[in-house]
Design a binder for this molecule. Structure first.
Ligand code: NAD
Length: 374
């Protein structure tokens, strides 16, 4: 059976890394039927909008997509195409594994944790009031009336909505991920001691959901500031972390840093009806078209896609091939070399070729050699 998957190349380095991942996925032998759709700059040129309805419809129908990063356009009315895509498809869970790979220079080794970030609420809901606007003055008056707190008249305000319903589904998603992937513990991260109503609700609901998993997956909660310190001191103590949107965004970059940076950080935005697989990194426009950047994060997002499709054996083989290429350290991009100007660095496409070669000869080691593209 072939899997129908929507393929969105994206902007900047997106088309290069997405194509590298697509070639690696094809090389596993799993059959795919790709529906190529545009979003971002290519979509503006073709449809006059960065997020055309036909792209959304294609993802709704196929329920699975792999997407290159998209540049946030300025002045189109979209805060971010990525945020709009998540909202339109209700992709409420952002799942980002952070794993140490031998050969990747990183401050820590043996890290293997997963962040599950809520995608739809919190300060990232985009409900903001501009400083000096009439509605902001009115809101400040209401706040004074309800709380006796006198905010400065020139303040700007962002709202932080947290609901029981959204918290329940993200915490369930974290526990279900833990169960499906043999993980032992979920840590809820919050600041409930200060934000008693919003983070307090997040914690209360997390504790309630955790009860249903008692005896199968352990549960603990930690303050976000303490978590940051403990992640730096003892990252090996963490397994699955579940977080509201803002903390999730910040801690996922922190955790990517623990294992070597954005070049090796994969992810998925997941809802009940669709899943969009994508790297954590953005479109790095300055490297566009240079065949230079690291395709690993996109290829590992492809590994997650294979798992999602139930192709566990192919997922394990592809991850092993990536692991081998990283460990050997020969056919890797500039960012994985000891120095950024290392003349032996290869290009995006050549690193994907090396992964494909390792995939085809996993036990004998990668015999694949490429000349430096620089
Ligand atoms: P970025 O991740 O695109 O790039 C920051 C730097 O990280 C790059 O200059 C580069 O040095 C390094 N880098 C990123 N990916 C790399 C890779 N694969 N290999 C090697 N080095 C890599 O972040 P940015 O510059 O803040 O954002 C650029 C654009 O991307 C913005 O328009 C932003 O909105 C967008 N963005 C999109 C997504 C997404 O589509 N999911 C995510 C983040 C940012």
């Amino acid at each position: 059976m072939s899997h129908r998957v929507v393929f969105i190349p994206g902007d900047g380095i997106g088309p290069e890394v997405a194509e590298a991942a697509r070639r690696c996925l094809e090389a596993t032998g799993v059959a795919f039927e790709w529906t190529v759709c545009v979003a971002g700059e290519a979509a503006i040129a073709k449809h006059g909008t960065p997020l055309p309805e036909e792209t959304l419809q294609a993802v709704r129908e196929a329920r699975v997509a792999i997407k290159g990063p998209i540049t946030t356009p300025i002045g189109t009315g979209f805060r971010s195409v990525n945020v709009a895509l998540r909202k339109q498809l209700d992709l409420y869970a952002c799942i980002r594994p952070c794993r140490s790979y031998e050969g990747v220079r990183a401050p820590f080794h043996h890290v293997d944790l997963v962040l599950v970030r809520e995608n739809t609420e919190d300060l990232y809901a985009g409900i903001e009031f501009r400083a000096g606007a009439p509605e902001t003055h009115e809101l400040i008056r209401h706040i004074k009336q309800f709380t006796q707190e006198a905010l400065r008249e020139e303040s700007a305000i962002s709202l932080k909505p947290i609901s029981a319903a959204a918290t329940e589904r993200i915490v369930k998603a974290a526990f279900e991920y833990a169960l499906a992937h043999g993980r032992k513990k979920v840590t809820a991260v919050h600041k409930a001691n200060i934000m008693k109503y919003t983070d307090g609700l997040f914690l209360e609901v997390a504790r309630r959901v955790a009860k249903a998993y008692e005896g199968r997956v352990a549960f603990e909660d930690r303050l976000v500031d303490a978590t940051c310190m403990q992640l730096i001191l003892r990252p090996q103590e963490f397994d699955v972390l579940v977080l509201p949107n803002l903390y999730g965004d910040i801690l996922s970059d922190l955790c990517a840093g623990l294992v070597g940076g954005l070049g090796v950080a994969p992810g998925v935005n997941l809802g009940d009806r669709a899943a969009v697989f994508e790297a954590v990194h953005g479109s790095a426009p300055k490297y566009r078209g240079m065949n230079k950047v690291n395709p690993t994060a996109m290829i590992l997002s492809g590994v997650m896609l294979l798992e999602h499709l139930g192709e566990q054996e192919a997922a394990s083989r592809l991850e092993a091939a990536v692991r081998q290429v990283l460990r050997e350290g020969r056919c890797v991009t500039y960012d994985l070399k000891p120095t950024r100007d290392d003349p032996t660095a290869v290009g995006t496409g050549e690193m994907a070729d090396a992964v494909i070669a390792a995939l085809n000869a996993p036990r004998s080691g990668s015999k694949f050699e490429v000349r430096s593209s620089k």
